[in-house]
Ligand binder design. Structure first.
Ligand code: CDP
Ligand code: CDP
Length: 209
């Protein structure tokens, strides 16, 4: 018994496939994790996931023991996965593993993009699971929020720090206060308090001027 499940990102393939596998007592393979593992292996070795020789070497050296690594679930891994997935040599290198997995007793549910078309074209049951782009984006966002804002928060902080550093360090018109500028630190002010403080500074200056 082989159940092939394909469809776009966040359609709910993995969630459905896992439940079906448990329900029917079948093995389950998330084939996206193979492409993710290859993408992450290339990134970790400092290579470019879009570079065929690097990606093909990583696909041939893939260790299935590492497929549960939580680092494979992130968006960076997903992006790298879709780059290596476009390389025919990578797809060919991963095919035998997937087919061998599907052939093992008592059978399996596999989810991905090409299970029904390439990996298991003879599967007796093929589902193409999909949902609107808006719903799928909502689901991914909800997953991120459920994980906690910390990961997103850290990224926003780091991006802001990097951009400020670039703006401050450039040789043309860098970000610096003018020598005669009045510093207005809004850390502990809401927009109304900042406006009131600015009005105070301006009227003091006008009297002084
Ligand atoms: O979970 P999500 O649907 O976002 O992604 P995934 O199933 O983990 O797959 C990550 C990427 O691997 C996809 O965007 C595809 O580019 C690629 N992939 C593929 O080409 N063929 C498969 N059978 C599975 C994944
Ligand atoms: O594997 P794929 O990327 O297609 O999607 P998933 O990781 O199984 O599901 C993405 C999110 O959608 C998960 O948080 C699910 O709980 C949720 N979801 C679902 O799987 N099926 C629905 N019918 C509705 C929501």
């Amino acid at each position: 018994m082989i159940i092939a499940i394909d469809g776009p990102a966040a359609a709910g393939k993995g969630t459905l496939a896992k439940r079906l596998a448990a329900h029917f007592g079948l093995n389950y393979l998330d084939t996206g994790s193979l492409y993710r593992a290859v993408g992450v292996a290339v990134l970790r070795s400092g290579g470019d996931p879009a570079d065929p020789p690097a990606a093909e070497a990583a696909a041939r050296a893939l260790d299935p023991a590492g497929l549960a690594d939580p680092a494979l679930r992130g968006e960076e891994a997903g992006g790298a996965a879709s780059k290596v997935a476009a390389i025919p040599g990578v797809r060919a290198a991963l095919l035998d593993f997937q087919r061998a997995y599907a052939a093992r007793a008592p059978g399996a549910v596999l989810d991905g993009r090409d299970i029904g078309t390439v990996v298991c074209p003879d599967a007796p049951v093929k589902l193409f699971v999909t949902a609107s782009l808006e719903r799928r984006a909502e689901r991914r966002l909800k997953e991120l929020l459920d994980k906690g804002l910390s990961a997103i928060g850290e990224r926003v902080l780091q991006e802001m720090k990097d951009r400020d550093a670039r703006d401050s360090a450039r040789s043309v018109a860098p970000l610096v206060p003018a020598a005669d500028a009045v510093l207005l630190d809004t850390s502990e002010m809401d927009a109304d308090a900042a406006f009131a403080a600015a009005v105070r500074i301006i009227s003091q200056r006008r009297f002084a001027g």
